[in-house]
Ligand binder design. Structure first.
Ligand code: BES
Ligand code: MN
Ligand code: ZN
Length: 501
């Protein structure tokens, strides 16, 4: 799909479909009113006749209105003007794109982007453009590469024009579009990686994808293999890889967009390309969904893609410990004890708590980059899904300033997180009679004790942990990766890049 911005009023548009909004009850938005004037009041007549109220989520397709050069007009209900906020704006865009797809229009001009109604005030033109571009990419996303032939015919929509109202907004509009496209492409990459089956998306495949990003965006890359890990003493990461025939990889991808001396943000993504549970085998039901257990890794690669595409002036390092968790004959057994790269020993009481075992060595490895902040992203615990469901990601941090920044990035990108506790008292649940500590802390507060485990490897830097077990993918009829938390992470980095020189 081709995207562009345009300073125009809708009356002059020649495109296949012009999209304008209608507030409840039957109140034309500014662009809709302009269109109505050109069409000699044809739209207001239809509204008077009761064809549309303007309720949120509704659409009405009109064909060949008098005096208009465009073939179609799509009216989109915006709900009450007073409560037209960021969410209502996003919903209107989603409804509009869904409806547009059912028409044969090849080029579409969207005027929802020029709405400055009450609730979207403060969300500037760049934000509105970015949201529109990203939602358009999301709405066009398909994953059919594993089908022998595509199920749906190729999309007819080829060109999307996003309108802004004032000529002076051009630069911001363009910047917003660029950011929205980069984010959309980053999310699509994260989704593709998540949706691919475990027999295709292996640790080696993730490493190859990272190499491709490095080539395309001129990033530095290093892939450590099993012998490198042995030399570094990554006994914890290796303890998970033992049961699998697939070679583990530690992927290190560096975007150096900032000055040489600027300390990088390090993103660490859990890359378990399939989680059977290992010797502590999971039950069979829905185990297929454990192909998504590399979603943290996917979000790191997706975010680096977005950052590379924007040429963001900031230093970012992505670290991905990638392995399968399998119950092979050499697999770790409950009670086995390993020495992590930090020197601390761990008693593995449950081999299904493997995420923390691979993350801890990656977090220790992060120390060598002298990071300004480290954020790890992991589908870490079922307990987090029980605590927070599928709406927000769990956020844990050893620094309140960092936590606030991450939360704010989640709000701004509508990819929200919720701050969870990390008090010392929880640490007691990890006590082991035989090693420095155990890898599980019992049923109470499972998401918290998992974060507690990680906190023992993050004393040397500011650290935040996102448990995305409930948000990285959807189950059921709509089963598939969501691309989260790429929006949150990208927003966090855009914000940081704007603040530092
Ligand atoms: N990848 C899972 C977490 C998970 C489970 C995410 C279900 C999404 C849905 C993780 O490796 C795991 O198995 N965690 C265990 C930890 C337990 C053994 C302490 C869990 O949550 O059951
Ligand atoms: Mn597991
Ligand atoms: Zn797992």
């Amino acid at each position: 799909m081709e995207f562009s911005t345009k300073h125009s009023t809708p009356g002059s548009a020649k495109s296949g479909c012009v999209v304008v909004g209608v507030f409840e009850s039957r109140k034309l938005s500014v662009p809709a009113a302009a269109l109505d004037r050109t069409a000699g009041g044809a739209i207001s007549k239809l509204l008077q006749a009761g064809d549309m109220e303007g309720r949120a989520g509704t659409t009405l397709l009109l064909q060949r209105l008098p005096q208009l050069a465009c073939e179609r007009v799509l009216l989109v209900g915006l709900g009450p003007e007073k409560s037209f906020d960021a969410k209502a704006y996003r919903n209107a865009l989603q409804a509009a794109l869904r409806a547009v797809k059912t028409t044969g229009a090849a080029d579409v001009e969207i005027h929802l982007t020029s709405l400055t109604a009450a609730g979207t005030r403060g969300r500037d033109i760049a934000w509105r453009m970015a949201q529109a571009a990203c939602i358009a990419i999301e709405s066009a996303y398909r994953f059919d590469r594993m089908k022998s032939k595509p199920e749906t015919p190729a999309a007819t929509l080829k060109r999307l024009v996003l309108a802004y109202a004032r000529a002076g907004e051009r630069r911001l509009a363009e910047r917003g579009l660029e950011q929205g496209l980069a984010l959309g492409h980053g999310m699509s990459l994260a989704k593709d990686l998540g949706n691919l089956p475990g027999n295709v998306c292996t640790p080696t495949y993730l490493a190859d994808q990272a190499k491709e990003l490095a080539r395309r965006y001129r990033m530095k890359i290093q892939i450590l293999d099993r012998t490198d890990m042995e030399k570094l003493g990554m006994g914890s990461l290796l303890s998970v890889a033992r049961g699998s025939a697939e070679p583990p990889k530690l992927i290190v991808l560096e975007h150096r967009g900032g000055p040489k001396t600027q300390k990088p943000v390090v993103l660490v993504g859990k890359g378990v390309t399939f989680d059977t549970g290992g010797t502590s085998l999971k039950p069979a039901a829905e185990m297929d969904e454990m192909k998504f257990d590399m979603s943290g890794a996917g979000s790191v690669l997706g975010t680096l893609k977005a950052v590379g595409e924007m040429r963001l002036p900031i230093n970012v390092v992505g670290i991905i410990p990638a392995t399968e968790n399998m119950p092979g004959s050499r697999a770790t057994k409950p009670g086995d004890i390993f020495t992590s790269m930090s020197g601390q020993t761990v008693e593995v009481l449950n081999t299904d708590a493997e995420g923390r075992l691979i993350l801890c060595d990656a977090l220790t490895y992060a120390e060598r980059f002298d990071p300004v902040a480290v954020i790890d992203i992991a589908t870490l615990t079922g307990a987090c899904v029980i605590a927070l469901g599928h709406v927000v990601s769990g956020l844990f941090a050893n620094d309140d300033g960092l936590a606030r920044e991450v939360l704010a990035a989640g709000e701004a990108s509508h990819d929200r997180a919720w701050h969870m506790p990390l008090h010392d008292e929880y640490q007691e649940q990890l006590k082991s009679n035989f090693a420095d500590f155990a890898n599980i802390g019992g049923r109470p507060a499972g998401a918290v004790t998992a974060a507690c485990y990680l906190s023992r490897f993050t004393q040397k830097f500011k650290w935040a942990h996102l448990d995305v077990a409930g948000t990285a993918w959807k189950s059921g009829k709509e089963k598939g990766s969501t691309g989260r938390p790429v929006p949150l992470l990208t927003q966090y980095l855009i914000h940081r890049a704007g603040k530092i020189k």
